[in-house]
Design a protein. Structure first.
Length: 396
């Protein structure tokens, strides 16, 4: 349990480089017409995430390469059945499990075990995919016409599984259908191409611009100062690529890795961003992604758009600040009440350098609350009682 806590605390740092690399790829392909990066992002995640995460934890490059190869192989096997790659969040979760499993396992056994297990599970998942897809259709039918639910569910489904949920609303009759002189059109994107004034545009499409641009900016101002040095570069990379290209999967992934409580706020505000356009009758659609280029091409009612976006950015900002204040998050971390008290008595998280065998190394011993904390202070070394030390050791 303690090792899992440590991995999660540092996961945004561990994955900062692959996030930057993949974001650069998304940005490059997003600016080149006729090239779609959707499939490549899933495949690159299956390679880079286990490689960097396993290596960061085990300090063994061979194990990182083996885990990356096995996960990519599993991804391709699954793709051969479903035509879908693993979701980026799913890939991270598997990478965490691999980093724990690979630690003390011999390389030869590691490769054999992972490749066979991955192949069996991928084939099994691929075989039941058609059944799962039918369940997804049933679930989608319950959301039809409800922009808030569509936007909220999309924010998590896209990163956990794939864009298939969005596809049902963008290109099938789950996102409405219409008949005109040009024929029959199903799905919000296809309807937009023939009838830009359709209500389906305001329900399913316009909100994506608000999520991609204004919610991203609200998150930036709320979180940037709280990130570690390594994570700031990754956050900036996923933010810029998401705003410009309209693909915010990596940004959503970063948020949930930073802290799930913050993502819950993002989940609800994303729903609101899809709900509002239908209220104010704002219809801005897109053909591929809600990118800056498509916004310039199809944007209208700029006054309403900018004012609404500003309000949603503020809502996102204050929602994140509320979550941080409510759960007393520091650098994305949540501490149980007893741990939080001890950390506070030690001068806060920033004052703690390391914890080992009842001994806490601090930056400034003058910040220690010696009245409330049972301890001995020797320079920058604080000796705690065994109970308090065991409580906080797993978090530092």
């Amino acid at each position: 349990m303690k090792s899992t806590v440590i991995i999660y605390r540092k996961i945004t740092d561990y994955l900062s480089k692959p996030l930057i690399f993949i974001s650069a790829f998304v940005l490059l392909t997003g600016l080149i017409p006729f090239i779609k990066a959707d499939d490549a992002v899933g495949l690159l995640s299956s390679a880079f995430f286990p490689l960097y995460l396993v290596y960061s934890v085990s300090k063994n490059a061979q194990k990182g390469i083996i885990c990356a190869f096995c996960l990519v192989s599993s991804d391709l096997i699954y793709y051969s059945f479903s035509k879908e790659h693993f979701g980026v969040l799913f890939t991270v979760l598997i990478s965490v499990l691999l980093s724990k499993f690979a630690g003390d396992v011999r390389i030869s056994y590691l490769f054999t075990a992972l490749f066979i297990t991955g192949a069996v599970l991928s084939v099994s998942a691929g075989l039941i995919y058609p059944l799962l897809y039918e369940y997804l259709k049933v679930f989608s039918s319950l959301i039809t016409g409800r922009g808030f639910l569509f936007g909220a569910v999309k924010s998590i489904y896209d990163i956990l599984f794939s864009d298939k949920f969005s596809y049902l609303f963008y290109h099938t009759d789950f996102g409405s259908s219409t008949v005109n002189s040009n024929g029959v059109f199903s799905g919000a994107v296809d309807i937009f191409k023939s009838d830009p004034e359709s209500r389906a545009v305001s329900i399913y499409l316009t909100g994506r611009y608000f999520v991609n641009i204004f919610l991203s900016l609200g998150l930036f101002f709320a979180l940037f100062k709280r990130l570690s040095y390594e994570s700031k570069f990754a956050f900036a990379a996923v933010l810029v690529s998401g705003i410009i290209t309209g693909d915010v999967r990596l940004l959503s992934l970063f948020i949930i890795l930073f802290n799930p409580f913050v993502f819950i706020a993002y989940f609800f505000v994303s729903g609101a961003a899809y709900f509002v356009p239908d209220l104010i009758n704002l219809k801005i659609g897109f053909n591929d992604n809600a990118s800056i280029i498509e916004l310039i091409k199809y944007g209208n009612k700029w006054g309403y758009f900018l004012v609404t976006g500003f309000v949603l950015a503020l809502l996102m900002y204050f929602a994140v600040r509320l979550v941080i204040a409510k759960f007393r998050l520091s650098d994305g971390n949540y501490y149980p009440s007893k741990v939080r008290k001890i950390v506070s008595f030690l001068g806060g998280e920033d004052n703690i350098k390391s914890v080992k065998q009842n001994k806490v190394t601090v930056n400034n011993p003058n910040l220690i609350n010696i009245i409330s904390l049972d301890c001995d202070i020797h320079g920058n070394m604080v000796i705690l009682n065994r109970e308090d030390s065991e409580l906080i050791e797993g978090y530092f």
